[in-house]
Design a protein around this ligand. Structure first.
Ligand SMILES: [Zn+2]
Length: 459
């Protein structure tokens, strides 16, 4: 199975190498800003001409904003715009132009409705102070040295890795990996190189080919598995919160930058900002490490994993819960499970966003109309089952796997798409007034279409 995968390593740059990389990142920014100004000038000119009533065919001609067109225009203009262009690799300018071409395409597609998800804004100019320094090389000498402690990149030469690259080097040596590009980037105060690699992965089967696992993600426990296992929520951000508040307070007391007066930040402010940034990076690193270990373990073991299709973007908007949900990384769990089930020969089933996994009894299938968030125990009125609320939900999710047909319920749908899990054994009934099943006397909530849809066994 061929996949595109990233291998990312921390770098130890010498001061001279750091200057070189920053010069390349600056070159990318210059090309980006120059091309953006050119596209904007033509767009503004056309808009102005339209207001004067100039007919459509007499307007200033449009400029193409595809990458080849931008590159061609840049190569004509670069002796004037950047007389120093020979000092940097052409890949540096390509990095900036490529970013712009993508940004403009995303903006245009979003405006014409071709792109799902949130609206994308018009690209802005990049600033030396605010943008993340990065440069991507896609041609030339890109290799990992045989000592596995150094990488060689065009123009930048031999860079020392902070960690050993043996995982990637082994794959390259036995011919199952091919480096397509390398991106050097500064994030969280540290330089990284990320290789975009085409990897030939061996076909794998999960350790338990027939096994089904329901995963109920939450805040109290990061995940409750249908096997009864509880995965603790480490709450990295909560534990680091106090220190971060202190760092943020210390930062606020120092002389920061002011865009109105053009005041530069003080050295102390910059050092304090870096300290706060490192604290955030540490939280992100801990979280990513924990989630990867969890999702790898689950997808290596179980052939079918069922999770709920949660509206994470909507939940993040909740002021009280948003921080905790972001800290737990719900969306990241789902993203990792999606591709890792593919790598390990399993499949992921997404339960419909409106599927009442918490309200259904995992013993007899009766659906409660009301279940307060404070009720931590699920108590069934018809069969007398008493079970932890989240474990009940996880078991219901696992049971969905038997009902869901294989077709159409594999990997996650694209962003913005609202795909429903087909349920073979369950049909949706619209409840009519006075037809509530025995034992359920709840009223239908007036605004919720969720409450109107009751799932009942068809057979
Ligand atoms: Zn029951």
């Amino acid at each position: 199975m061929k996949t595109i995968q990233a291998y990312r390593f921390a770098l130890d740059l010498t001061p001279g190498q750091e200057r070189d990389v920053l010069a390349h990142a600056g070159a990318a920014r210059v090309a980006h800003n120059w091309a953006l100004a050119r596209v904007k000038a033509v767009m503004d000119q056309r808009a102005a001409e339209r207001t004067y009533g100039v007919p459509e065919e007499m307007l200033t001609p449009t400029v193409s904003w595809t990458l080849p067109a931008l590159r061609k225009a840049w190569n004509v203009a670069k002796p004037d715009v950047a007389p120093w262009w020979r000092e940097c690799s052409k890949e540096a300018f390509n990095t900036g132009l490529d970013a712009l071409a993508r940004a403009l395409k995303n903006w245009a597609d979003s405006r014409s409705g071709k792109r799902a998800g949130r609206p994308v804004g018009f690209p802005g100019f990049k600033s030396r102070r605010r943008s993340i320094a990065s440069v991507r090389f896609s041609t030339g000498t890109i290799r990992v040295e045989s000592d596995r402690k150094h990488v060689v990149l065009p123009r930048l030469g031999r860079l020392k890795l902070h960690e050993c690259a043996r995982k990637l080097a082994r794959r390259i040596d036995n011919g199952t990996a091919r480096i397509m590009s390398a991106c050097v980037r500064r994030d969280g105060g540290r330089w990284h190189v990320a290789f975009c690699v085409e990897v030939e992965r061996p076909e794998r089967l999960p350790a338990r080919p027939g096994a089904v696992l329901g995963v109920d993600v939450g805040i109290r426990h990061l995940a409750v598995l249908s096997t009864g296992e509880l995965i603790d929520n480490p709450r990295y951000l909560t534990s680091a919160h106090q220190r971060m508040r202190a760092l943020a307070r210390a930062l606020a007391r120092k002389t920061g930058p002011d865009r109105r007066t053009g005041r530069r930040a003080s050295k102390r402010w910059e050092r304090a900002a870096a300290r706060l940034g490192r604290a955030h990076t540490r939280v992100a690193n801990l979280r990513r490490d924990g989630l990867h270990k969890l999702t790898t373990r689950l997808t290596r073991e179980y052939a079918t994993v069922v999770i709920e299709d949660l509206n994470v973007a909507g939940m993040l908007a909740n002021r009280k819960l948003g921080r905790h949900i972001a800290d737990a990384g719900f969306a990241e769990i789902r993203r990792q499970l999606t591709y890792k089930t593919g790598w390990n020969g399993g499949r992921l089933i997404l339960a419909d966003r409106w599927y009442p996994s918490s309200k259904t009894c995992s013993g007899c299938g009766v659906v409660k109309t009301k279940l307060a968030l404070s009720e931590r125990e699920y108590q069934c009125g018809s069969c007398g089952l008493v079970l932890d609320r989240d474990l009940n939900a996880a078991r219901n999710l696992a049971a969905l796997a038997a009902d869901a047909t294989t077709a159409g319920s594999g990997p996650a749908a694209g962003r913005g798409a609202d795909r429903k899990t087909p349920l073979a054994g369950l049909v949706a009934l619209k409840r009519q007034p006075g037809t509530a099943p025995a034992g359920q006397t709840g009223t239908v909530s007036p605004q919720g279409e969720t409450a109107n849809r009751v799932l009942a066994r068809a057979h």
